[in-house]
Every structure is written in structure tokens, then in C-alpha cells.
Design a protein around this ligand. Structure first.
Ligand code: FES
Ligand code: FES
Length: 217
């Protein structure tokens, strides 16, 4: 965060069976060349055949199961793949935005076990067994918006809104810890998120209104 951006925020404070053709076709389509060993291990695991064997020492299983927005998602993940890439380009959860892709802007913020993280800076293999929540997972199954989302709508809280998903996820986590923040506390808590439009006043208006909605239940 630059001094200018910090100043702006300060000012504002005031995601078949193994013999079926479709399954084999799917596997072939999803896994790039060089993954033959790991895909064979997946297809014949537990089948009692001579092909059932453990992964080679030092290799990383690529077909893994993630828990995203309360759903179990089976996905092919490269060893070095970031969570942001998996969410956007493997699971189709494009609500998570990529801005800087280097841990500076907060556009890619998601929750892992309720804690906000920069998904561009976290390896997907690191969230196995953990609960990932994205902006797509906030509204209720019936479509009712999360209080923070509703507050943003009511306050017209963002200009272009590219930064909105990241701010909203950070706000959800923050209000989970502090339902009655001051404007300055909210600004401090959201200092890891940047808005290129500099729309901090309206963003903080939204956070303060969201806190009212959260307290109201
Ligand atoms: S895209 Fe992740 S912090 Fe900017
Ligand atoms: S409203 Fe445009 S980047 Fe924040």
C-alpha cells in the first residue's frame, strides 16, 4: 500500500465409473501431459489391480477435493497453482478478482476457515481439508443477500466495483470479530484492500451500514 493510498483510506475514516468413456475422456482433457503417473493412480486406486500403487516419492497428487462454499469440489491442481487460479479458471468462481497477483491489492480476498487471505498468494494444495468461502458463497440458498452485500447495494458502495468482492470478504470477516466498529477501526481493518477508484468514503459508509445490519441480525 502506498503512502497516498494509505492517506486516502485515513481520510475516508473520518466450486462415473472408471470404465466409462466419458470419465476417461474427461481425465484426458483435464490433465496435461506429464501427469500420467498421477492420473493412473487415481483411476485404479482401490481396484486391486497391479496398477494400484502409491505416488512416486516427492510427487504431489493433482486430483484433489476442495471444500468451497460448502460443496466438495474435485479438481486437478498443479503443484504450484494458486488458490485464485483454481477458483477462477478451474471452478469457474470468477467473482474472486485478480488485480496485482502478488499480494498487494486485496482484490483476490477469500475466506479460509473464516480468515481473510489473498488467494493469489496461497497455494491451492494448502487449503485441502479447509473451508474456502468466496463471494459466490455469501448469499443464502434462497438468494437472500448477506448483510454486507445488502449494505453495499443500499449504499451504492463502489464505483467500478472491481475491488468489491475483496472488500466484501474482508468486511464479512471483520464484522464477525467486531460488530460495532468505529469508522477508524473499519478503515484500519480494511487497509489490506485497495480501491483504484479511491471510493473509500462510500466503502466505509457500506461497512458502517453493514455493521448495523449484522447487529440487527
Ligand atoms: S490480486 Fe491478490 S492481492 Fe492483488
Ligand atoms: S470501486 Fe473501482 S476499484 Fe474500487
Amino acid at each position: 500500500m502506498t503512502d497516498t493510498e494509505a492517506n486516502d483510506l485515513e481520510l475516508a475514516a473520518e466450486e462415473e465409473p472408471r470404465t466409462s468413456l466419458s470419465r476417461r475422456t474427461f481425465i484426458k482433457g483435464v490433465i496435461a501431459s506429464g501427469a500420467a503417473v498421477s492420473s493412473v493412480g487415481y483411476l485404479f486406486r482401490g481396484a486391486g489391480t497391479a496398477l494400484a500403487q502409491p505416488s512416486a516419492p516427492g510427487s504431489v497428487e493433482r486430483l484433489i477435493t476442495l471444500t468451497v462454499n460448502g460443496q466438495q469440489r474435485r479438481v486437478d491442481v498443479l503443484k504450484q497453482e494458486t488458490l485464485a487460479m483454481t477458483l477462477r479458471y478451474k471452478l469457474g468462481l470468477t467473482g474472486t478478482k485478480l488485480g496485482c497477483d502478488r499480494g498487494e491489492c486485496g482484490s483476490c480476498t477469500v475466506l479460509v476457515d473464516g480468515v481473510p487471505v489473498y488467494s493469489c498468494s496461497m497455494l491451492t494444495h494448502g487449503v485441502r481439508g479447509r473451508e474456502v468461502t468466496t463471494i459466490e458463497g455469501l448469499a443464502s440458498p434462497s438468494g437472500e443477500l448477506h448483510p454486507v452485500q445488502q449494505a453495499v447495494v443500499d449504499e451504492a458502495g463502489f464505483q467500478c466495483a472491481f475491488c468489491a468482492p475483496g472488500f466484501i470478504m474482508s468486511t464479512v470477516a471483520f464484522l464477525g470479530q467486531n460488530q460495532s466498529p468505529t469508522r477508524a477501526e473499519a478503515a484500519q481493518a480494511l487497509s489490506g484492500n485497495l480501491c483504484r477508484c479511491g471510493d473509500y468514503n462510500k466503502i466505509l459508509n457500506s461497512v458502517m451500514r453493514a455493521s448495523e445490519y449484522v447487529r440487527r441480525g
